[in-house]
Design a protein around this ligand. Structure first.
Ligand SMILES: Cc1cc2nc3c(=O)[nH]c(=O)nc-3n(C[C@H](O)[C@H](O)[C@H](O)COP(=O)(O)OP(=O)(O)OC[C@H]3O[C@@H](n4cnc5c(N)ncnc54)[C@H](O)[C@@H]3O)c2cc1C
Ligand code: SF4
Length: 337
């Protein structure tokens, strides 16, 4: 039986593993962290329809029967043997792989790099990922719903930003901001919620409905303009100054919390993997596909394939579709081998 090694146990790796197992291959999945699920395991509910992330993750994991997987494991060396790869892992196990599928995903932009927003300096400046963690921990606990809180969201943190070297739009953070803004209102109906955005990119099916509902049902205020200054008052509330470019007026609000929409960027561990596998990364740091239209799951190295956010920002449905497409590409390659 032919061996396939999958690097990364996020949504892409899990979906590809179950598909390739169904094709009859021996699948070995290597995950460097102590759990399966990648970023999906950190999210509470998903846009556009608030599906619990746990529901999607448990389906992906339940489809893994017959797949061998190693947690807390990384590949330390790879030897290219013409028609296969000799792969050595840090758990001492060696595998001869007929094909390798890279699913190493993305890193969340480190918000502290945008010092002007005060993440890591002001207590009540948090990221979208911190807020997901808060929802995970508190959605079932009793919260004083009548508390009148004021929350702001800043879009495009670390994305579309030459200064931090990332011109890409992260695609998922407008929809995440709108979803999280609605969730704040579900939790605290008296909350006042502001979204500071440059453009709203609600491109997917059902996303525009979510945006419509955010305005009509939840009364969220969307302010088009860049945040120019963030500071803290004596009670540790966050003072935000921005310019409303639609009305042409400056705006100043004092908030109980400011949520930074940190974007997606290429993963550091992906860069390490690229070196090990001797495959190329593009100028934006993500893995380079063979071309930009037709061979998105293929690398220039024979027998090495990609799926998911390791080649650029993607939603979960896009990631899962790519994983299935990659499984077919790997299958076609192995059939002809
Ligand atoms: C704040 C935020 C909220 C989001 N919410 C939604 C949402 O509501 N709906 C939606 O559709 N999408 C959402 N997304 C997008 C979603 O998270 C991604 O589409 C998805 O996680 C991509 O899956 P992946 O498997 O490609 O990568 P990842 O989820 O990043 O998984 C990669 C895995 O590979 C592992 N790995 C990396 N390098 C190695 C290595 N060298 N060796 C072994 N293992 C390795 C990592 O530990 C990780 O487990 C959100 C994204 C963000 C930033
Ligand atoms: S999805 Fe929205 S918040 Fe994210 S980078 Fe693109 S425009 Fe900015």
């Amino acid at each position: 039986m032919k061996n396939i090694v999958i690097i990364g146990g996020g949504p892409a790796g899990l979906e590809a593993a179950s598909q390739l197992k169904k094709f009859g291959y021996n699948v070995i999945l290597v995950e460097k962290s102590n759990q399966l699920g990648g970023h999906l395991a950190k999210w509470d509910r998903l846009f556009p329809d608030f599906t619990p992330a746990e529901e999607v993750l448990s389906t992906l994991i339940s489809n893994l029967q017959g797949v061998t997987y190693f947690l807390n494991t990384e590949i330390v060396r790879i030897y290219n043997l013409q028609n296969s790869y000799n792969i050595i892992m840090n758990n001492g196990i060696t595998v001869l792989a007929d094909a390798v599928l890279i699913c190493s995903g993305f890193d969340l932009f480190k918000a502290e790099k945008k010092e002007e927003y005060g993440y890591g300096i002001y207590e009540r400046v948090i990221t979208n990922a911190d807020l997901e963690q808060f929802f995970k921990e508190n959605s079932k606990s009793k919260i004083e719903k009548d508390t009148p809180v004021k929350i702001g969201f800043v879009h495009c943190v670390g994305s579309r930003d030459e200064k931090v070297g990332n011109r890409n739009c992260s695609k998922v953070c407008c929809a995440t901001a709108v979803k999280q803004a609605c969730e704040i209102k579900q939790m605290y109906p008296n909350a006042e919620v502001f979204c500071f955005y440059m453009d709203l990119r609600m491109f997917g099916r059902g996303y525009e409905n979510l945006y419509y509902s955010a305005q009509k049902d939840y009364g969220i205020r969307f302010i088009r303009g860049r945040v120019s200054e963030v500071s803290e008052d004596i009670e540790k509330r966050v003072i935000v100054k921005a310019e409303d470019t639609l009305s042409g007026k400056p705006i100043k609000v004092t908030l109980d919390a400011l949520v930074l929409m940190s974007g997606m960027q290429n993963s550091c561990s992906g860069a390490k993997t690229a070196k090990l596998m001797n495959v190329e990364t593009a100028d934006d740091g993500y893995f380079a596909c063979k071309d930009s239209l037709y061979h998105l799951q293929e690398s220039e190295s024979k027998g090495v394939f990609y799926a998911g956010a390791c080649t650029g920002p993607k939603t979960i449905p896009d990631t899962l579709s790519e994983a299935r497409a990659a499984a077919i590409q790997v299958h076609n390659y192995l059939k002809e081998k």
